[in-house]
Ligand binder design. Sequence first.
Ligand code: URA
Length: 222
Amino acid sequence: MWPKYWPECYNIIMAKQDELIQLKSEAEEDKNLPLRQGATQIVFGDGNPESEFFFLGEAPGFFEDQKGVPFVGKAGQLLNETLKEIGIERGKIWISNVVYFRPSENRDPTPEEIAAFRPYVDRQIEIIDPQVIVTLGRFSMAKFLPGAKISQVHGKPKWIMTAGQRRVLVPMYHPAAALRGTGIMNEFKNDFQNIPRVLRKIEREAEESEQPNQINRQISLF
Ligand code: URA
């Protein structure tokens, strides 16, 4: 018997978690998905399914492949540290990648490989239903902004329509790129420092807007 004070949101949370578990096992069983042969296990996604923030990276690396969790290697540590600097605990976001199996030798995923995982990535976005999608690196950016140059769009939020909703897209450099060069590191850190200000601006715009697609849920992480 559930206690009387069981949270009202219990059903919603479980529904999302159930849907994610189901989607993960569909992906695990999908023989058409590439990259599986060289991988230890699927790296599907991690974090709080109720989050308004969906972070989307590129592909699992060595440590992610070992643990089955995205962004647990050096790039993940930098990401966690940078999130903490702006007051966001890693456990409060949802995070995944555009492909769920590690490409051998950490090579870039091909367009065909990314396309094969797309239905799963889209469905994950639908289930999480976030207000804000933060892309990490050019592969996940290209999903929403094909043809854009990351050097020109990084840190600049945009309204996009995706998974049937108007959402805010924040394209960011990949933390691994930041680890490779001081210039990118500074831009990566600056872009993250700007997130709270950007979100406040978006909330204000949404409050003032009469549009039906306006953001009407609180973005609350800070
Ligand atoms: N880089 C990514 O893009 N994703 C991970 O999960 C780890 C490193």
